[in-house]
Design a protein around this ligand. Structure first.
Ligand SMILES: Cc1ncc(COP(=O)(O)O)c(C=O)c1O
Length: 458
């Protein structure tokens, strides 16, 4: 039996919730067109849809909200946040934003022109979309192991440095105004990026004068993986590791809804004063004055405090321990998952879980439906519903390589008992997997299908 270190916090406020009956869940899911996005949160027992904006804040963060200074300009909480960003990330300038994608929108509008390229280990989908929205090209250059679900590479989130070198030679440095590293690499399963990789990427970029920006939303989890896995870092603190990671970067985007341990908030930080001035102009247009950026003073304070709390090693040990505990319990019973588990989620491999269901019958979506029906658990499909598309010339369906179901663990929200419950439901479902049928669309929207599609069992 795997072991989990005890929670490094105790519970002061509780939010009661109820497990519905199987009959209720059948009626609920049918009414929702078998799309889990349409199920009311109150009708979900364990909500593993996302780790973004779902954290439980600490007593210190709630206390911080009471010292929110709601002045329009130059509130005290802005300066507290500025101090935190300077201490942890080391950047000279920053603008607050209401969440991560707003920071991306400002960054790319300020730095890109149509036809430019932005290489990354793997862009998150909002990053990708914000680059394309201003006419740029988002390019993913992950190492080969990233796409192999059973590869146990310790830093599966790394960028392929040789591919980066070739890419710059192919398109020319003048068409690459910046490059990015997403840490941890969410789209590859929350896999970490090593410091050696950050350093190597920076070295290549520096030869061409290309700035490096880090998508920092899971910076603390990435720092903890480096401490655990990278030679020479076991005795460093996560703060020292974070400082070194960002010392190689020229700026970062941040969705504080992850390792900022808040329900809303983000920022864009940089060293270049001219970029800061351009970003400030756009911020005033889209988000608000440069000292609040679409947030209340109290939100800035909760973020300033959360960014420090996320680096607490006892917290990180438990946090990443929870994800690994759930993964170990599933692996013990041979349930197929992406290995090794990353920092914020366990990914079920739906093609191996339900080998009798062809991709055309949406095995990931069938698994999501059954997790809800069996146990009131909400997960999200990251497979054919999200990514399959028709080939423009042949009209044939192209299915993605990976057909995954993500179980994202909110920070400080669920206990070991909840995780045991989730594991038990999945293991039981795996035992009777032959009974699961495939699905088909009853309504298929033209884009961003997963949010609004409706389904039925075949
Ligand atoms: C790696 C990564 N970058 C950016 C974002 C966008 O952040 P937000 O949802 O706060 O806009 C996310 C959100 O999930 C993310 O995981």
């Amino acid at each position: 039996m795997p072991r989990l270190v005890p929670e490094p916090y105790r519970i002061k406020v509780v939010e009661p919730f109820r497990l519905t009956t199987r009959a209720e869940r059948e009626a609920i899911l049918t009414a929702a067109g078998y799309n889990i996005f349409f199920v009311k949160s109150e009708e979900v027992y364990i909500d593993l849809l996302t780790d973004s904006g779902t954290s439980a804040m600490s007593d210190a963060q709630w206390a911080g909200m009471m010292v929110g200074d709601e002045a329009y300009a130059c509130c005290r909480n802005y300066y507290n946040l500025k101090g935190t960003i300077s201490d942890i990330f080391g950047f000279r300038y920053f603008v607050p934003t209401h969440q991560g994608r707003a920071a991306e929108k400002v960054l790319f509008a300020a730095m890109l022109k149509p036809g430019d390229y932005v290489p990354s280990n793997t862009h998150f989908d909002t990053t990708h979309a914000n680059i394309e929205a201003v006419g740029g090209h988002a390019v993913d250059l992950p190492i080969a192991e990233t796409l192999v679900p059973t590869s146990r590479h310790p830093f599966k989130g790394n960028m392929d440095v040789e591919r980066l070198r070739r890419f710059i030679a192919d398109v020319g440095a003048q068409r690459i105004p910046l490059a990015m590293l997403t840490i941890t690499n969410n789209s590859s399963g929350g896999q970490p990026v090593s410091l050696a990789n950050v350093r190597a990427v920076k070295e290549v970029l520096a030869q061409y004068g290309i700035p490096l920006f880090i998508d920092a939303c899971r910076y603390a989890e990435n720092a903890y993986f480096i401490k655990q896995r990278e030679a020479g870092y076991a005795d460093k603190t996560t703060l020292e590791i974070a400082r070194e990671m960002f010392s190689y970067a020229d700026g970062c985007t941040m969705s504080a809804k992850k390792d900022g341990l808040v329900n809303i908030g983000g920022f864009l930080a940089m060293n270049d004063e001219r970029l800061y001035q351009r970003a400030s102009q756009l911020l005033v247009l889209w988000e608000g004055f440069i000292t609040y950026g679409g947030l209340a003073g109290r939100d800035l304070e909760a973020m300033a405090r959360g960014l420090w709390e996320a680096l607490d090693e006892k917290y990180l040990q438990h946090r990443i321990g929870q994800v690994h505990y759930l993964a170990e319990r599933l692996l013990e019973q041979d349930v197929p998952i992406v290995e090794p588990p990353g920092g914020h989620a366990v990914y079920l491999d739906a093609r191996r879980f339900l080998p009798h269901i062809p991709q055309a019958q949406l095995p990931g979506q069938a698994l999501v439906a059954h997790l809800y029906l069996e146990g009131g658990i909400r997960a999200v499909e990251i497979g054919s519903v999200m990514f399959a598309h028709k080939d423009k010339t042949t009209g044939e369906w192209k299915y993605p390589e990976l057909e995954l179901v993500r179980l994202a663990i909110p920070r400080r929200v669920y206990t070991q008992t909840h995780l045991d419950y989730v594991a038990d439901v999945i293991i039981e479902l795996y035992r009777k997997r032959e009974q699961v049928r495939g699905m088909r669309y009853t309504y298929e929207p033209p884009f961003l299908r997963h949010f609004t599609a409706r389904f039925e069992f075949v």
